[in-house]
Design a protein around this ligand. Structure first.
Ligand code: PBG
Length: 330
């Protein structure tokens, strides 16, 4: 008795495997996160993110031109703010001459067709390392949302195509949408970090921006009162649905790899594009294991990104974007 159905026929050689392959990674899938710092001629490697750099505006200009030539046409901007400009009100975040606003203009003048998305949250600007305004023992919601709306308008004014609120305050999408519309920025989009979990995988990112919550009395030491509990599933759907109702054009799940069940569930529920953020800790793990010779860097990178896309990601924010495109071009 031999099997009648032989599934292995479709795996016989690379040609047939290519013919029946369901998920293919391309440069169009990627949103490239970039870290911007004050100063000149700065390109500093982030210790916990090998081969990833903080860039001053002159190097940002060079970087986006290189990305564009590689076929990567969307970036997500973050800024590292010096300590003396941090406070508990997001003053620097809403300044029209702030580093973010200058970074947006730099990218747009270097590469006018590059899609520019900006992170909207107070943590890089916060003396306490929180995404919102801190009061005794808590992070204030509604007061924070007002600043985020003002911040979003200031990014739109500088030329951002999309704002990407990553703060997880309640009601921020509606307030941002209304503020943008009131100021005439009806075509500025919102990519909401809708299902963002309180994750230990953000560690290297907080090194990159020096934005970790500080350890002082009366300030919560983690982000668990606003970012989601990683044990939960239902609230991811609820948060996402709510953001769509409030006007989000794109929704996001974050982190990536540990949350692909959530990605698929959301993908099955919603009719807007779903983004996935493969975060700094996910990048760092692969780099570290590869440096030790314990994993094959490129093979693991492609397997992880393909899995993210297979799970339902229409857009992938990833520090591997450039590595992938270089590999695809080989
Ligand atoms: C800021 C923000 C964070 C990330 C993106 N936007 C950090 C955090 O919430 O603490 C993490 C990205 C990464 O780890 O790569 N609100």
């Amino acid at each position: 008795m031999y099997p009648l159905i032989r599934n292995r026929r479709l795996r016989t050689n690379e040609a047939i495997r290519r013919l029946v392959r369901e998920t293919i990674i391309s440069p169009d899938d990627f949103l490239v996160p970039l870290f911007v710092v004050e100063g000149n001629s700065i390109k500093e490697e982030i210790p916990s993110m090998p081969n990833y750099f903080r860039l001053s505006l002159d190097n940002l200009e060079k970087e986006v031109k290189e990305l564009w030539n590689l076929g990567l046409c969307s970036v997500l901007l973050f800024v590292k703010v010096p300590d003396n400009l941090k406070d508990n009100a997001g003053t620097e975040a809403v300044s029209d001459n702030g580093l973010m606003q200058l970074a947006i203009k730099t990218v747009k003048s270097a590469c006018p067709d590059m899609l520019v998305m900006t992170d909207v949250a107070l943590d890089p600007y916060s003396a306490y390392g929180h995404d919102g305004i801190v009061a005794i023992g808590q992070i204030l919601n509604d007061e924070t949302v007002e600043v985020l709306a003002e911040m979003s308008v200031s990014h739109a004014k500088a030329g951002a195509d999309f704002v990407a609120p990553s703060d997880m305050m309640d009601g921020r999408i509606l307030s941002i949408r209304e503020a943008l519309d009131d100021e005439g920025y009806i075509n500025t989009g919102i990519m909401s970090y809708s299902a963002k979990y309180a994750s230990a995988f953000y560690g290297p990112f907080r090194d990159a921006l020096d934005s970790a919550p500080v350890d002082i009395q009366n300030v919560p030491k983690d982000k668990k009162t606003y970012q989601m509990d990683y044990a939960n599933r239902f609230e991811a759907i609820k948060e996402t649905q709510q953001d769509i109702d409030e006007g989000a054009d794109i929704v996001m799940v974050k982190p990536g790899l540990c949350y692909l069940d959530i990605v698929r569930e959301i993908k099955n529920e919603v009719e807007v594009p779903v983004a996935v953020y493969q975060v700094s800790g996910e990048y760092a793990m692969v780099k570290a294991a590869a440096e030790k010779g314990w994993l094959d860097h490129d093979a693991v990178m492609m397997e992880q990104l393909t899995a993210i896309k297979r799970a339902g990601a229409n857009i992938i924010a990833s520090y591997f974007a450039k590595d992938v495109v270089k590999l695809l071009n080989k």
